[in-house]
Design a binder for this molecule. Structure first.
Ligand code: NIG
Ligand code: FE
Length: 403
């Protein structure tokens, strides 16, 4: 079982790869409000029980914090399985996007879907995520052709949070793809995106994100959009260096972003800049796997740059059509070459930091919400190496079983 009751609490940022505390024969006391009141040796915790206490027996299984997935495109219409054969035949992800497919095809479907249809599709996805132990999840907008579609995605994500009783962190990402035709020109298009931000923030978006990429949004455009978001009081994230290192990581450092995500193609300089600025690196090993690209240089991030690393599923229809966060974690072990301990830190505490939730989620500690996963496996190494299936026996969100 993980417990951090001995340290001062998680630090977010460049020094965030702390070790995980481990306890054997331990128990967790949870109050009626779903808050952890004590963690310790089973005997002393059991003494706290009274006649009304309910017990959950982990049956010798490993118990860890609820998983935090800090980068998803949860709400979207349709699917894109027909792109894979094109990619296998040699087309690149950016070729497909530039031909009007990729994100732009999901934009068309998401715009056409009713709110109910979007809700039904995303509900299935969220239920799958929960089965793998996810108790906090980020959801981006960004498959939109207008403010109305952005707001529709945001409303769906908000309804999902209510339906599932879990926290969803909302990110506005109107700057996700550039339409093929821009009748009023590129500058006017950027102005349109800028004009959406106040409404998205007012509707509940806490973060803003931009796909800063060769042939998508430039560093200057990303800066313009994210500075405007910051002026509104929003926190910022960047899809940085996914394909071409045009300076996305450096921009994230310059803006003091909460996280910089992808980083497949980042330069040493970009990664050092992130560490210096205390930006959390979010690696998306499912995406590099599905795009058949070398994984991000997590060992360099951890060992050379001393950069805090989180992992996320990036669940989306184009580059990672899988809600299996357990698989994400196994791929972190296998392709990012992280240790099991680093993987669990990256999927809990650091993932919470990547959402500005370092003081709420990602750790089992007195005073925190009782978001807890009980595994039908004796140790974390088994969970990660026996890959592709769920080892989750039970999930508690704020002390209540959701599974
Ligand atoms: O994080 N890179 C941009 N956004 C997503 C992909 C979205 C899509 O292809 O639909 C990503 O990989
Ligand atoms: Fe993404």
């Amino acid at each position: 079982m993980d417990d951090e009751s001995h340290s001062d609490g998680p630090r977010c940022g460049a020094d965030a790869m702390q070790t995980v505390g481990e306890m054997r024969d331990a128990a967790i006391a949870i109050d009626d409000a779903g808050v952890i009141v004590d963690v310790g040796p089973e005997k002393s915790i059991v003494d706290l029980a009274d006649a009304n206490t309910q017990f959950i027996d982990a049956e010798g299984g490993f118990v860890g914090p609820g998983l935090v997935d800090p980068h998803t495109h949860l709400v979207h219409g349709g699917s894109r399985e027909k792109e894979l054969p094109l990619r296998l035949a040699g087309a690149s992800y950016l070729d497909i996007l530039q031909a009007g497919g990729g994100i732009l095809s999901t934009v068309r479907e998401t715009s056409a879907y009713s709110e109910e249809a979007l809700f039904a599709q995303a509900k299935t996805s969220l239920a799958r995520m929960q089965r793998f132990g996810v108790t906090t999840v980020e959801a981006k907008t960004g498959y939109s052709s207008s403010l109305a579609v952005e707001l529709k995605q945001l409303r769906v994500a908000q309804r999902l949070a209510e339906w599932a009783g879990i926290e969803i962190v909302h990110t506005a990402m109107p700057a996700h793809a550039v339409p093929k035709a821009l009748p009023r020109g590129r500058d006017a298009y950027i102005e349109e995106l800028l004009a959406m931000l106040p409404d998205l923030q007012a509707a509940g978006a806490e973060f803003a994100d931009v796909f800063v990429e060769d042939g998508v949004f430039s560093v200057d455009e990303g800066r313009q959009i994210l500075q405007a978001a910051k002026r509104l009081g929003m926190k910022v994230k960047i899809h940085a260096d996914e394909m071409v290192p045009i300076g996305g990581a450096q921009l994230a450092a310059e803006l003091g972003a909460t996280s910089a995500d992808h980083l497949l193609a980042s330069t040493d300089e970009g990664l050092f800049a992130l560490a210096e600025a205390g930006v959390m690196a979010v690696c998306l090993p499912g995406t590099s796997f599905y795009l058949q690209k070398p994984a991000a240089r997590a060992r360099f991030m951890l060992d050379e740059a001393q950069l805090g690393v989180a992992i996320a599923s990036d669940y989306n229809p184009g580059t990672c059509p899988s809600e299996n966060f357990g698989l994400t974690m196994s791929l972190a072990l296998l392709t990012l070459k992280m240790t099991p301990e680093e993987v669990f830190v990256a999927a809990t505490r650091n993932a919470a930091c990547a959402l500005g939730r370092g003081d709420v989620a990602g750790i089992i500690r007195s005073g925190r919400p009782a978001d807890i996963v009980i595994y039908a496996a004796a140790n974390p190494e088994y969970v990660l190496t026996h890959f592709g299936v769920s080892h989750v026996r039970q999930v508690l969100v704020k002390g209540r079983p959701v599974l």
